[in-house]
Design a protein around this ligand. Structure first.
Ligand code: SF4
Length: 968
């Protein structure tokens, strides 16, 4: 180990162990900076920079610059952060392992040892994103969904098993175990790590903080435990695995001083929605947020983790809580060894970083105060997590949004009577002519005037399916029987889902207690509501079973559907076909209620336009109410078995009830029991055959795993940075285009280019699976790029979906009257490729917002896009584009595709690009319209750091890293 600053010191690691650490107090004694006043998150990054300082990858000046971090004006320096480990989920992890496999194949083709491609840090991949809610509301739902998952994903799982044996530092946690961030919190994270190395001629154990990056944006959940980590693009993670530091610019750190305590009836979910709204307004994008003060100290780690989880929603790189007694207690309570717990506490004590900081102890760039007592029960939506609504106001807000014009964020409906409902038969065909009634005017179906609220109760007896009955259909309709009545605001999906909340026993137990009280009063959920419970670990099932609460959840249809992401990632499965038809026919604004963290359009379900985030107990409450246009503080949820109106306050459990129930059910032994021998606990995984060998044998018959073309014709020459000339626009987009718009994760439509391609391969649409599950196949993913049904390309403003206009580069044909020929974005890209025409994308603000998704960049590159010019970029997507060799450029303030009057018929050139480029410099966008008139505007290069110039010159991070490894 190097010790550039002579800071290696001994410390008592506990359990009679002597350890070594790179001492930050010793660095401070050298007068380099006021380290003890730095935010704790910055100090943890500083430790990594100090420990890895070798004068090559990490220079002395990197250590000095960070040690001198200035709260009010942080230096614009690039920090080389070497992380201790990497976590992946399967949607992002499979393509990453595919890339590593492709690199091994490329190295073998060059006649070198493929094993030089090997992760240098520990990599854990949790398979959690592939389970879909096909079956629900039945005791068999878990088993049947798991069967479907294994059937659909067999090829991917075979491939992952190959990866498991091919790479030494790669641990795989099979499906059916849990959700990556909850597994990380409950099991993978250790607080501090150690490695054996030589110190002063002797073998010694060197301790360092547990740090990580993950390929999922909610990696920040681990910040609740005092672990520094955040989401990066898959491409950056790959570079990190292969020994590259993760580079980021010195951040500002926003200190959020928490005081007071949450009031009775207020949950951690309410708090995180409040914080999301507060911090979004404070513009914390690209910044670290650090919570501190006595209010922070009073929060248990699961509450802190819920707050850390939603950092991407408030825009911060991290939402960090320093390490204190609560952090150590959590490790102990979740079954970590005594050795690990003591080492964790002693290490942070020795580094002078133990305990929740109080006001005035730390210098933050910005200070914000929040009194926890001010937080109120809330939901957020219907499209953005930061749009918090106080619970009593949801009904009126929904009504307002329903009539608000679309361009103001509403649904543009006119003169709506929310009492109008449409009858839907769930076990037969849809009612002929879509029979409709209004409870004011009709008495058909036994509904009397003025009884709108009771409509749902009348059809509430969800029949228990016959477990012996053969399951012939592969859809959720199997367990949906009876008749329902739906209209605007009807709740059609109610999902207790997402690591954000399922990792937090207090809200899960609250949901169970609320269900218990509802069942005891005889309340039921309407059969039209698709109910599901998908926790992030089996520990949750254990405590819900031990406390007897699962029985009540089951009776309301919240049977266990799987241990995975489900509705949170959009794997909510189909609605009953008759429900889908009715939504479509009447263009209904139906609702979902979920305990997830994202709700933009088409994220949850393609047919559900209004999606509200809320705590698990509120999900149960809204499932009972069956609609979102209700004031739960005043209106009854329904009637009990004696016909008495029942209100939310009658069902809501008290804090002491929750705590009492929790204490009886959670033990460290439970965690130890469930986090061991994963493969043995999942026989289906053992049954999957796997190939062996260092190099993957690509199978041309596979439609899940395909050798990507990124290393085709790979050579050791890096090439030069050149100007882009004669480019055409493939798309012009407005603001807030998400990575899901660019590369959807959900269902593949038959009529889409990817759907047609799969059909041409003999695959039936019922076997399409989702885009997310096909990320190991570039041929599907390239066709799926910009194929979201909701993306709006302003080149064809009257149409929604992945279409564009193709303009002949020679300007002689290919269009009628020069208007351009309308076709799918993929088809246009392929037509442009025939003439080797470079392409550009023009976009508005926050381009690439949403989940980190490397295929949003990879697909862009494989379509032939050379540059994306946007008003602003989401952090990870910008870095992913650059990582794939696509140039990110930013319009200067006040300029946009609209202000320039662009319609996509123009030709574009980007000039001023050369090998001597500097990060952030201006270059020129030249525009030539169809009449041949030319003009030019300056645009800012969004290559932000010197190393990114190198990446770009090499055609992306992967060729850069591969050339480095091969040149050793
Ligand atoms: S549950 Fe949701 S937030 Fe958590 S990992 Fe899955 S998709 Fe991401």
């Amino acid at each position: 180990m190097t010790d550039e600053f002579k800071t290696l010191r001994k410390f008592d690691a506990g359990e009679r162990r002597e350890g070594w650490l790179y001492s930050l107090p010793a660095l401070e004694e050298q007068g380099i900076g006021k380290i003890s006043r730095l935010p704790v998150s910055i100090r943890i990054v500083l430790e990594s920079v100090l420990r890895n300082c070798d004068r090559k990858k990490v220079r002395r000046k990197d250590v000095e610059a960070l040690a001198k971090w200035n709260a009010k004006s942080p230096a614009n320096e690039e920090i080389p952060f070497v992380v201790a480990r990497i976590v992946l989920q399967d949607f992002t992890g499979v393509p990453l392992i595919v890339d590593l496999a492709a690199m091994r194949s490329a190295v073998q083709r060059l006649g070198r040892d493929p094993k030089i491609i090997e992760p240098l840090v520990a990599v854990d991949l949790v398979v959690d994103h592939s389970v879909q809610v096909d079956f629900f509301g039945s005791p068999r739902a878990l088993e049947l969904n798991l069967d479907m998952e294994f059937k659909r994903n067999r090829e991917r799982y075979q491939f992952l098993k190959w990866g498991q044996q091919a790479f030494k530092t790669f641990q795989l946690i099979p499906p059916g175990i849990g959700i990556v961030h909850q597994v990380n919190l409950e099991y993978l994270a250790k607080g501090v790590l150690s490695q054996t190395s030589e110190v002063r001629g002797q073998k010694s154990e060197i301790f360092f903080p547990d740090t990580l990056v993950g390929t999922d944006s909610h990696t920040t959940m681990i910040n609740g435990l005092g672990v520094v980590g955040w989401g990066v693009g898959g491409i950056e993670a790959e570079a990190g695995m292969l020994g590259q530091p993760v580079y980021f610019l010195t951040p500002e750190v926003v200190g959020v001083h928490l005081t007071g305590q949450l009031r009775e009836g207020v949950t951690a979910t309410d708090l995180v929605l409040h914080i999301t709204q507060l911090l979004r307004a404070q513009k914390v994008v690209g910044k670290f947020v650090e919570f501190y003060g006595e209010g922070a100290a009073s929060l248990p780690v699961p509450d802190r983790a819920t707050i850390g989880n939603m950092s991407p929603e408030y825009g911060a790189t991290m939402g960090f809580f320093p390490v204190d007694r609560e952090s150590v207690n959590y490790l102990r309570a979740t079954g970590r060894t005594e050795e690990e717990c003591v080492a964790f506490e002693n290490y942070f004590q020795a580094q002078n970083m133990f305990g929740m900081p109080r006001k005035g102890q730390i210098d933050y760039s910005v200070d914000i105060d929040l009194d926890l007592a001010d937080v109120q029960p809330s939901v957020a939506g219907p499209k953005r997590p930061q749009d918090r609504i106080n619970l009593p106001e949801l009904g009126s807000k929904f009504r307002e949004l329903l009539e608000k014009p679309v361009h103001d964020g509403g649904y543009g409906k006119k003169q709506i009577d929310l009492r109008e409902k449409h009858v839907v038969e769930l076990n037969g065909s849809a009612p002929r002519n879509g029979a409709m009634f209004s409870t004011d005017t009709k008495e058909d179906q036994g509904i009397k005037p003025g009884e709108a609220r009771n409509v749902l109760e009348m059809v509430s007896n969800r029949p228990t399916p016959d477990p012996g009955k053969e399951i012939e259909a592969e859809s959720s309709q199997v367990f949906q029987h009876g008749r329902t009545h739906i209209g605007h605001g009807s709740v059609l999906i109610a999902a207790i889902t997402s690591c954000t909340n399922t990792s937090n026993p207090s809200v899960m137990i609250a949901a169970g207690l609320l269900a218990k009280k509802a069942v005891e009063r005889g309340l039921r959920v309407d059969p039209g509501v698709k109910t599901s419970l998908a926790p992030g670990s089996r520990v949750v099932s254990d405590y819900l079973a031990k406390t007897g609460l699962q029985t009540y959840l089951d009776q309301l249809g919240f049977n266990l559907v799987g241990y995975g992401c489900t509705t949170c990632i959009g794997n909510s499965g189909p609605l009953h076909p008759n429900i889908e038809k009715t939504i479509h026919k009447y263009d209904l604004v139906a609702a979902s209620v979920l305990s997830g963290n994202r709700n933009f359009e088409a994220r949850v379900h393609q047919h559900i336009k209004a999606n509200f985030l809320m705590s698990p107990p509120l999900v149960v409450a809204f499932a009972l109410a069956g609609r979102v246009h209700i004031d739960l503080s005043r209106d009854p949820l329904g009637k009990d078995k004696d016909g008495k109106e029942t209100f939310l306050r009658d069902l809501w459990p008290s804090l002491s009830e929750i705590q009492h129930t929790m204490q009886s059910a959670l033990t460290p032994e439970t965690f130890r029991k469930f986090y061991r021998d994963f493969a043995e606990q999942n026989p289906k995984w053992n049954e999957i055959p796997s190939s062996t060998g260092d190099v993957y044998q690509w199978d041309e018959k596979s439609d899940y795993i395909h050798d990507p073309p990124f290393f085709e014709n790979f050579s050791m020459e890096s090439g030069h940075i050149a100007e882009i000339r004669g480019a055409h626009a493939l798309g012009i987009f407005g603001d807030t285009v998400t990575t899901d718009h660019i590369s959807p994760a959900g269902a593949i439509k038959e009529s889409s280019p990817a759907g047609k391609y799969l059909m041409s391969r003999g695959i039936q649409s019922r076997d399409f699976n989702s885009y997310g599950s096909r990320r190991g196949n570039d041929l599907v993913m390239t066709r799926g790029t910009f194929a979201n049904v909701r993306i709006k390309n302003l080149m064809v403003p009257e149409t929604e979906g992945g279409v564009t206009k193709y303009f002949s580069p020679s300007r002689t044909g290919g269009s009628k009257n020069g208007e351009g020929e309308q076709m799918s974005i993929f088809d246009a890209a392929m037509k442009y490729a025939e003439t080797k025409t470079p392409l550009v994308i023009l976009a508005g603000h926050e381009y690439g917002t949403g989940s980190s998704r490397d295929w949003a960049a990879k697909g862009t590159r494989l379509l032939g896009v050379k540059a994306v010019i946007a008003a602003s970029f989401e952090r990870i997507h910008r870095s992913n584009l650059l990582g794939m060799g696509v140039l990110p450029l930013q319009f200067l303030e006040g300029t946009s595709a609209q202000s320039l009057g662009l319609d996509g018929s123009e030709k574009f050139s980007i000039t001023g690009l050369s090998d001597s480029l500097k990060p952030g410099q201006q270059v020129t966008l030249e525009i030539e319209d169809r009449s041949g008139q030319q003009r030019s505007v300056p645009v800012k290069l969004r290559i932000d750091t010197p190393i990114e110039i190198d990446y770009y010159r090499h055609g992306g991070i992967l060729p850069f890293v591969l050339r480095q490894l091969l040149s050793k």
